[in-house]
Design a protein around this ligand. Structure first.
Ligand code: CA2
Length: 147
C-alpha cells in the first residue's frame, strides 16, 4: 500500500482558476490534484485532495489523517490567519505538515503576514503559484521516507 498524503484546502479555493486569475492564476483545483498525483507517483506515494469552506470539516479531515495519512499538505486559505482550532488539530497529528500558499502572503496586506498554522508546519511554501503544491509533495516524499 502506498503511503497517503492528504492535501487539504480551505475556504474559497473551490473557485481557483475561476476568479481573480491575476492573484491565483488560471489553473483549477482539479489541475492541482492532477499535478500532485503525478509528482506523488514518482515517489510511490498516493494523494487525496479535499477542499472545504467550513473550518469544522477541515478539522475533521485533520483528525481522520491521524489514522489514514502519512503527511498533510495544507492551504488553510483565510483560516491561516485566524484559526487556533486548525492549529490545535494539526498539533494532534504526528506526521509532517507542509503549509502552502499560492500567493506570497508576505507581499500582501499585513493581516496575511501572520500564520497560526506556521507554528506547527515543518515547511512553508508561498508565492510559487500552484507549483507550490507539487513542491510540497516532493518535500513530503523526503519527510515520510523510511518513517
Ligand atoms: O495564497 C494563498 O494560497 C492563500 O491561502 C489564499 C487565501 C488567502 O486568504 C490567503 O491569505 C492566501 C484565499 C483563497 C481564495 O481563493 C480564491 C481562489 C480563486 C478565486 C478567488 C478566491
Amino acid at each position: 500500500m502506498p503511503k497517503l498524503i492528504y492535501i487539504l484546502n480551505g475556504p474559497n479555493l473551490n473557485l481557483l482558476g475561476k476568479r481573480e486569475p491575476e492573484i491565483y492564476g488560471r489553473e483549477t483545483l482539479a489541475d492541482v490534484e492532477a499535478r500532485c498525483r503525478e509528482v506523488a507517483g514518482e515517489f510511490g506515494l498516493a494523494v487525496t485532495l479535499m477542499q472545504s469552506n467550513a473550518e469544522a470539516q477541515l478539522i475533521d479531515w485533520i483528525h481522520a489523517a491521524r489514522d489514514k495519512a502519512a503527511g498533510i499538505v495544507i492551504n488553510p486559505a483565510a483560516f491561516t490567519h485566524t484559526s487556533v482550532a486548525i492549529l490545535d488539530a494539526l498539533n494532534t497529528f504526528a506526521g509532517p505538515v507542509i503549509e502552502v500558499h499560492i500567493s506570497n502572503i508576505h507581499k500582501r496586506e499585513a493581516f496575511r503576514h501572520r500564520s497560526y498554522v506556521s507554528l506547527r508546519a515543518d515547511g512553508v511554501i508561498a508565492g510559487c503559484g500552484i507549483e507550490g503544491y507539487a513542491l510540497a509533495v516532493r518535500r513530503m516524499a523526503s519527510l515520510v521516507a523510511g518513517a
